[in-house]
Design a binder for this molecule. Sequence first.
Ligand code: UDX
Length: 446
Amino acid sequence: MKIAVVGTGYVGLVTGTCFAEVGIDVTCIDIDQKKIDNLRNGILPIYEPGLEEMVARNVKSGRLHFSTSLAESIKGADVAFIAVGTPPGEDGSADLKYVLAVARGIGENIDGYCVVVTKSTVPVGTAAKVRAEVENALTKRDADVEFDVASNPEFLKEGAAIDDFLKPDRIVVGISSERAEEVMRRLYKPFLLNGHPIIFMDIPSAEMTKYAANSMLATKISFMNDIANLCEIMGADVNKVRQGIGSDARIGTKFIYPGIGYGGSCFPKDVKALIKTAQENGYQMQVLQAVEGVNEAQKEVLFSKVKKHFGGDLKGKKFAIWGLSFKPKTDDMREAPSLVIIEKLLAEGATVSAYDPVAVKEAKHTLGDTITYAKDQFEALVDADALLVVTEWPEFRSPSFEVVGRLLKQKVIFDGRNIYDAAELREVGFAYHCIGVKTDHKEPVA
Ligand code: UDX
């Protein structure tokens, strides 16, 4: 089989590389010449564990190609994936201009039967628009070429994308013809060997599945954050409550960790887009509106704790921040809670020294030199009035608290991810604040 993947962002690059890995001939296409040149030289636009090696291996084997020419790459392709960005517009709805431009380009260039698949997360009804664009372009050049459209949402988690792709829980494909179903089944066959299901359905249902999945997961998180905040007020411990409810299989242990709000490229964007789609169609997604509201507020919770601890005055104080990316194992800074926390600290006249294992370059695009960037996690602590744990990178989980206490000016930790043991820290003299647990001892106020 031969496929083309348009868009070499996170989704397109992982998709193309993983298909090449199982022996399919793949061309990844992007209009950005520099990006393509870099990829040909093994330089990736994103950080994803294992991806660089996988790209190199498949380029070397001649199965993975990079090109700026959609016209050339689409010829003879059995499947064309559209994996370009759908940035949120001002009103929260997904902007489809890139998706539809690619659809037009495909219509202008295909020379034989091709399944045109939307892989980007797009609102219900987009595949129909893609079909219209392709058809229109074919008519314009008077070409008699058959094609089908399909919707194949991705469920990749950043930091674990390769594993998620190679060993998916399920593959969802929306189709409207048996021919397209047969092509898509053949394409995904290598990933189904271990009994993972491929679920075929109509196209609108496949498009909705992606939004429903992300919205349900975001709902779990906001729900737990709400419960955590109430636990704090009532003197309960959310860590225990989480275990107590998670052992009920109907609830499950995953995605019920409270924290400082969800970020990233998917949840915030998709929740907003689904609320918007509903509104445009005369329906209010009441649960999701609350999910979104709780999340916005949760991003400020750690800052509020800092402010309260220091009696409201942060002027001239220095804060160490561990972790900048929206979650571990990625350099993605999109909608990262760290940005909200840092902005608030700086607005109060405080300074920030931050460390992140991989996201500093990305962070600098937004934060510039408004903060200092430490070369390791301990350098960040020097003379700081407190440590804020913002992203739960594995290397932050078990530091020497003796060293942490020695480097900090004051032994104070604000843990936005509940990774430490409160009793252990208090025993060695730290004031420790986390999410969803009542602080039951007298805090030293500076
Ligand atoms: C998510 C979906 O998991 C994936 O299926 C979809 O395709 C894209 O969006 P991703 O954004 O990479 O993936 O991150 P994920 O691991 O799902 O975490 C999202 C956010 O939720 C992070 O900010 C994380 O810190 C937060 N989170 C997650 C919690 O606060 N608590 C949890 O229990 C789980």
